[in-house]
Design a protein around this ligand. Sequence first.
Ligand code: KG4
Ligand code: ZN
Length: 353
Amino acid sequence: MKILGIETSCDECAASLIAIHDLRLAILSNVVSSQIDIHKKYGGIVPEVAARQHVQTMIPVIQEALDLSQKPSIESRVLKPDLIAVTQGPGLITSLQVGLQTAKTLSYVWGVPLVGVNHLEAHLWSFLLNQENKETKKQENKFPAIGLIVSGGHTELVLVKKVGKYKSIGRTRDDAVGEAFDKVAKLLGLGFPGGPIISHYAKNGDSEKINFPRPMIESDDFDFSFSGIKTAVKYHLQNMISTGLLSQRMINDICASFQKAVVDVLVSKTIRAVRQYKAKSVILGGGVSANECLIEDLRLKTKDLGVEFYYPSKEFTQDNAAMVALVGYFKQKNASKKNWQKLTAEPNLKLID
Ligand code: KG4
Ligand code: ZN
């Protein structure tokens, strides 16, 4: 079965062809056109600009994904897929619309069934795209699992009972964790997106130097709050500037201490959820899952508890369409050739069972 995935929930325009045969997965192509260089100058994503750019790049990106999938041999030519999977939400409504309307059009002209995919669910299962995991079976021993989905728009803790069966147990009450990285990088004048830049400077900094707050770390729910840490960084920075103490070394220390505060909260709540729900594994996904400090801490703590830890390799942490195609495969029974007209973009789509 060959599945075309389409992803336009935010600023990445992506298309991918995957093939699943005998429960074995092959990624035939995975094309991502990033708009980072366009949004950089604004210090964040501008929705209207993102959508206009998607309109221009969507068809060339799909064309490239189809072309690349034909490379290995002429016999494996994908003239049209068996299924189209498209991100339905959550995300920016205008960006989502471009991918969704394109997917509907292709479904109509090709006569191929179409299925809508939740972007957060796609991030959750992105680790299955890793080289070592390309078997879509043998998942029973993972459940129940605790899923930690961390991106520029979301911070969610999810109880995963099995594929497609989820209970949201915690979420951020203000900024998403990736958003906090982006805002702190902006405060420090380091550029956009903030996550990779902050983790880069943090490597040369002392994470114990500044004791930034760990908001809600002791609260007896699984919710998060990150705006307080960001404000603490702001005041610390103002203080350093007014006393003339700001140096590159101090910026490194701020980055390392901020990153440590964020990771401490994320890991502490995740591990508490593992204990409370007697989970057998932790699944990490989303753009912030590229953070090595977060991966390392989760690796250590899950090892101590004797539970498995799954996370995507770097290439699958950011928004991509291979993860959308994979979840489309899981949801194929929901696919339709006829009722796809009813499929609408859902900017606030929830991850529930
Ligand atoms: O999942 P994603 O590509 O897009 C959304 O769905 O939001 O995530 C993008 C977010 C950005 O906020 C970016 O700063 C963050 O992921 N990010 C990181 C790292 N790499 C990307 N955050 C922390 N550490 C990183 N290494
Ligand atoms: Zn994402």
